[in-house]
Design a protein around this ligand. Structure first.
Ligand code: HPA
Length: 251
């Protein structure tokens, strides 16, 4: 039972004394780090690179998820910075994502045949439950929410955010959906912990990258403290249906 953490803005390293490994995939290589947390083997993948040199639209999502599949990872927790659309959600909250609206629409492992994975429950409910419980047990404000995914790298316009709000989106970000879809296509459980960096465009004045980074990093410090506890609580056996995603998906 192997779990991977995909780090985003603010989470550039996670496991101490980890070993770097370059994994070959049909989509070029992916760089991962292997180590132990709470005596469990863990893989860490830094989606933006060590110095945040890989912007969202240049992330090789297919190489990343294929590499984790090749290493027999069964569960992935992705950490993603987001803009908050739903003003009932405070910037201090963490948001565990349970549904998404996709504005990227271009990633699959199946370009040569029609494979339609079921997305009725797009994120792993078993993993989501564990994350929410650990947050609550540790006094961290966390809620469930829906994610609008843009391709980036630009931020949204106020009109885009108004429309996304009307469509029922709670937060907006640039990375969760390709990872959720590709993980599902591989039968890997996937959860996103969304970390607010700002209120989305048009809600509270102009946005700038340094404020978004600082606000995200402040909360990632808290998140890093509970990630080992989350990992500890993940059972060896999966009881969710995620691994069966491909059983009846091909036309
Ligand atoms: N929009 C999209 N992605 C983001 C934002 C945002 O406002 N903040 C952090 N990631």
């Amino acid at each position: 039972m192997l779990t991977a953490i995909i780090g985003g803005t603010g989470l550039y390293e996670f496991i101490e004394d980890s070993k770097k490994q370059i994994v070959k995939t049909p989509y070029k290589t992916a760089e991962i780090f292997r180590g132990k947390v709470n005596n469990k083997e863990i893989i860490f993948l830094n989606r933006h690179g060590k110095n945040h040199e890989i912007p969202p639209h240049k992330i090789n999502f297919r190489a990343n998820i294929f590499a984790l599949h090749k290493l027999q990872v069964e569960r992935i927790i992705g950490v993603s910075s987001v803009g908050v659309i739903n003003e009932k959600i405070g910037l201090e909250n963490l948001i565990v994502i349970n549904d998404f609206f996709d504005l990227t629409r271009d990633l699959t492992f199946h370009d040569k045949k029609a494979v339609h994975v079921d997305m009725t429950e797009p994120y792993c409910s078993e993993l989501n439950e564990i994350i929410l419980n650990v947050c609550r047990e540790n006094g961290i404000d966390a809620c469930i929410g829906s994610y609008a995914c843009t391709k980036g790298p630009r931020l949204e316009t106020p009109l885009e955010i108004k429309i996304l709000k009307k469509l029922g989106c709670d937060v907006v970000g640039m990375t969760s959906v390709p990872e959720a879809v590709l993980s599902r296509e591989m039968g890997i459980c996937y959860s996103t912990i969304a970390v607010p960096g700002n209120y989305a465009a048009g809600i509270k004045g102009k946005l700038n990258a340094s404020v978004i980074k600082k606000e995200t990093e402040d909360k990632v410090i808290k998140l890093k403290e509970i990630l080992p506890e989350i990992i500890k609580k993940i059972p060896d056996e999966r009881k969710c249906p995620c691994r069966e995603a491909l059983l009846d998906a091909e036309l």
